[in-house]
Design a protein around this ligand. Sequence first.
Ligand code: AMP
Ligand code: MN
Ligand code: MN
Ligand code: MN
Length: 275
Amino acid sequence: MKNYFDLHTHSSESDGILNPEELVSSAKSAGIEYLALTDHDTVSGIQQAKISGEALGVNVIPAIELSCTWSGVGIHIVGLHIDVHAKSMVNGVAQQKAARAERSELIAARLEKKGIEAPLEGAQRHAGGDLVTRPHFAAYLVEKGYVTSINAAFRRYLGAGKCGDVKQFWPEMDEVVRWILQSGGIPVLAHPKRYKMTNTKRRRLVEVFCDAGGQALEVISGSQTADETRYLADLAEHFGLYASAGSDFHNPEWPWHSLGGFGKLPPQCKMVPLS
Ligand code: AMP
Ligand code: MN
Ligand code: MN
Ligand code: MN
């Protein structure tokens, strides 16, 4: 199903394949009128995306996907409509950048212990900059033949519970929610069904998110079942949260995460503001 908006997408400024200009142009071709660029822990692509959006008639929403933890679990909070120049966001992004640098060193050290050669240099090369993500390590592991696919890299080295799953450098959830609020943005709990936890704990997560000032739930993230959508729409309604929806687009070759290609929000949902 096609939507005229997509509120969760990545560019090559984090772990996406397309640069901001290519992303906006692909969004235009896909019929997107409102596009949030939500790169992991950086706003470095927003300006270029805005310029391309103005040229092509796509409304680019300045946004970010911030890494944090709650109760020992890695959580992602999207901030929509942020002022990228606000002091709290500038400082927050700088803190995340330093955290990612330290984290990539620890991940690399652990991979070296497992016999992987020069993982940090390899991941940095795939990152093409200093924002190194686990998919960049994964790409290097595939390139050097340690594993045969990105999926296998996560299964064996980088996914939950594996040596590359390092969360200790991320701030607590309430802190990143505060950065978003202080920069005039709307905090959105990203892909709530993707966290490995019981539904009881998930409700508690949403409750704590609300108490911290959270305002929206990502009711739809890429392709998902009707049951998941119903569950999350009910959860958003119960807590009085806006509903957001996005593809979590990273790569044009991933059909489950195509631009605007996700189900319709149920009518009970209170749609998060697009402008
Ligand atoms: P990081 O922000 O460095 O922790 O990297 C997390 C990113 O890795 C996520 O945003 C996804 O894009 C990607 N990712 C997580 N799990 C997997 C997986 N099993 N297979 C492929 N990519 C994954
Ligand atoms: Mn990602
Ligand atoms: Mn995420
Ligand atoms: Mn994402």
